[in-house]
Ligand binder design. Structure first.
Ligand SMILES: *Cc1c(COP(=O)(O)O)cnc(C)c1O
Length: 423
């Protein structure tokens, strides 16, 4: 068996990881070697169906031929360039994103957190311009996730991420998602921005209601504050439309994109409307590694593939299969499943029990699952996941749940536990 050697090689990697990588990730005991489409392969060649898509980054799966070709071609031409010099790709990508989102301009940075920082800085400077230094308060949501840097952590509404690092960002107020009254009391003359994820991702795939988002828009306008949507996770096709805000018809003043944008290379974007285009001021913001020729060209290719290969149509078809399949799982395990919720290819199966063992057992059986908030299985598969692959993944999930928690068939009708959001 070649696998003994491969096992040794994997053990060696895991041991070196443990010795040299600062331990902040609760990693799983597997070493990946390569990927193709919606499948990953470990060092021993064992295959894994990818139901988590690199936390939503690998929208086109792994090693998509067009992305590989573009990467190779551009890597031999120009990888990085000082942002003080021009090349064709950043503005081409900005133009395309603005067309899709109905925005006016873009600033590119590396990761999601960095783009959130850029949005917070722009909100603060605009607040100052229109209302003086006291117009600096930011309203954000409890249970939200915006990143790991100081500013983005400061607007993340989960104590566990920031408690050990205080003091944090001053002037942030957190309100409960979908609590319109709480939102009304939190927003005032001193508010410079309301920041939210239309669909909270890391929080467990939780949807903001149309009413809540509309009220956020109204309050932002009434108090001269900016409405910022963080669509790093729910944007760019994830929920079946290009952007989550299109589903509810509420437009933001700033839109933050990340995760899949660079086709796996670090790339995030802050998109703004016309009235914000000139508001930073020259020299007031920047990013040495943000928006490189290589990343932006891959971003363009990602958008082109999405369109030319009609990926959104697949999101609809595979998403419907997810909805039906998860409803079936919920019906089979009524005592285990709290709720199923999602749209497109962004789904959650909330359990009453810790979900990490499900991920570990899935790994053994060749399917990659993901857990957030301890008990929520979150699905962010590649947007090219075929409907029959959905069936395969959820079949393994059902087996795993049966083995771990007991698989008694329920008397409940199929769909009894279903609260899927399908607006
Ligand atoms: C992942 C994520 C971020 C942070 O992005 P990084 O690239 O990890 O810095 C911010 N907001 C949302 C909604 C996210 O899902």
């Amino acid at each position: 068996m070649a696998t003994l050697q491969a096992l040794d090689a994997a053990q060696e990697v895991l041991a070196r990881d443990e010795q040299y990588l600062i331990p902040v990730y609760a990693r799983y005991p597997v070493v990946m070697d390569r990927g193709e489409g919606c499948t990953l392969f470990d060092l021993a060649g064992k295959s894994y169906l990818d139901m988590m898509g690199g936390l939503g980054v690998n929208a086109l799966g792994h090693a998509h031929p067009r992305m590989v070709q573009t990467m190779v071609e551009q890597a031999g031409r120009l990888v990085h360039l000082s942002p003080q010099y021009s090349n064709p790709y950043p503005s081409l990508l900005a133009e395309r994103l603005c067309e899709l989102a109905g925005m006016h301009g873009a600033f590119f940075s590396t990761g999601g957190s960095e783009a959130v920082e850029g949005a917070l800085k722009l909100a603060r400077t605009v607040g100052r311009q229109v209302g003086g230094a006291q117009k600096h308060a930011i309203v954000a949501l409890k249970g939200s996730y915006h990143g790991r840097t100081f500013g983005s952590m400061g607007v993340t509404g989960q104590e566990k991420y920031s408690a050990d690092f205080g003091p944090g960002l001053p002037g942030v107020r957190f309100v409960e998602r979908n609590d319109v009254e709480a939102l009304r009391s939190a927003v005032g003359e001193d508010t410079c921005a309301i920041l939210l994820e239309p669909v909270l991702g890391e929080g467990g795939v939780l949807f903001c209601s149309v009413e809540f988002l509309s009220e956020a828009r109204r309050l932002a306008d009434a108090f001269g504050a900016l409405l910022i949507f963080d669509e790093i996770q729910c944007g760019l096709g994830r929920v079946g439309s290009w952007f989550a805000f299109e589903r509810v018809g509420v437009r933001p003043d700033m839109l933050i994109l990340g995760k899949p944008l660079g086709g796996g290379l670090p790339l995030s974007a802050l998109l703004v409307g016309e009235k914000l285009f000139h508001r930073y001021g020259l020299g007031k913001h920047g990013s040495t590694l943000g928006g490189t020729p290589l990343a932006c060209r891959l971003g363009l290719e990602f958008l082109a593939v999405m369109e030319e290969e009609r990926v959104l149509e697949n999101v609809a078809a595979a998403g419907e299969r997810m909805r039906l399949g998860l409803a079936q799982v919920a019906a089979r395990f009524p005592d285990l499943v709290v709720e199923v919720r999602g749209a497109g290819l962004m789904w959650a199966l909330e359990l009453r029990e810790p979900a990490r063992p499900v991920v570990e057992e899935g790994l053994r059986r060749g399917v990659l699952f993901n857990v957030v908030q301890g008990k929520v299985l979150r699905f962010l598969p590649p947007l090219i996941l075929a409907p029959d692959q959905v069936g395969r993944g959820l079949g393994v999930l059902e087996e795993v749940l049966g083995d771990l928690f007991g698989g008694a068939m329920s008397e409940h009708p199929v769909g009894a536990q279903m609260h899927a959001v399908a607006r």
